[in-house]
Write a protein that binds this ligand. Sequence first.
Ligand code: ATP
Length: 336
Amino acid sequence: MVRGYKIATLGSHTALQILKGAKDEGFKTIAICKEGTEEPYKSFGVADEIILVKSFKEVPKLEKELIKRKAVLIPHGSFIAHMGIDEVMNLKVPYFGNKKILEWESDRAMERKWLKAAGLKLPKIFKKASEIDRSVIVKFHGALGGKGYFIANSPRDFRRKIKGHEKDTYQIQEYIIGVPMYIHYFYSPITDELEILGFDKRYESNVDSLGRISARDQFALESIDPSYVVVGNVPVVLRESLLPEAFRMGRNVVEESKKIAPPGLFGPFCLETVVTPNQEFYVFEISARIVAGTNPYIQGSPYSQLKYKEPMSTGRRIAREIKTAIQKKKTNLIFH
Ligand code: ATP
């Protein structure tokens, strides 16, 4: 049924659910692991084959081998972070996703243009520190996991906190007071259907534990700065009356992507938002691929349970799409 195709991915991020989902759909699986990190993929029995590498930078060298094995690569958050955008763009192994969209996703200015054109609300950007007239979050470029980000409340506060990093590239973004909400979507170019598969919020160190220290002690420990290093994900369900807006935003982003990078965004993607007390979604980022926030839902989420009769993780949904494309002879729509 799956005509000898194998599902392959890098052993990290969301590989467990991608490979398990692929096996549930009848594919053989390959995990490419960095030496010393293979144990989870062995222990949980999700990989039919494990290829060991010293670094993910070696992946392009495996290309011939992967093509011979009829592998389809499923990208996740570790691809660009560990291999680099050019290496990913140049891969010749069938790849589930539209590579053209990567350029839009990885450049802050282009990403903003895309989301704005899709009619989404975005936090204001301050071009000059002297313009800061509210709370802002200062984001350094390439700061993996939000390390070093800081909050400032005035131009003076900013100048004090930026000391030593004036030459780095950063963005000054309005700090939206609300709750973070990460929306997991899946868009099928075969059926033109947009699905919502779940929501999560992140568990970030140390910002999620600062509240465990009393205000008095926080003042005393002036040297503690919040950081936003993700160490886990927490499942969330959305207030039901906000669902229509979540669908609208996802649909608009897909439609706009068809204009800017044909054939457009497809497969899993995530809008990273903050929801205000006025129930408005402010989108501060898009991830054009599976996000780690889908990991709590290997057995399916409350939303996938509404739609599917079997446990449907995002990883399994990807494999289902590939299987459907193979059966309908439409792999040209999803392999890039
Ligand atoms: P990613 O890993 O998704 O590329 P990141 O970890 O580098 O991104 P962000 O996700 O941009 O960083 O932000 C880190 C944290 O700051 C998150 O908890 C997010 O909720 C919060 N945050 C980001 N932008 C804003 C904003 N404009 N207003 C309020 N909170 C924000």
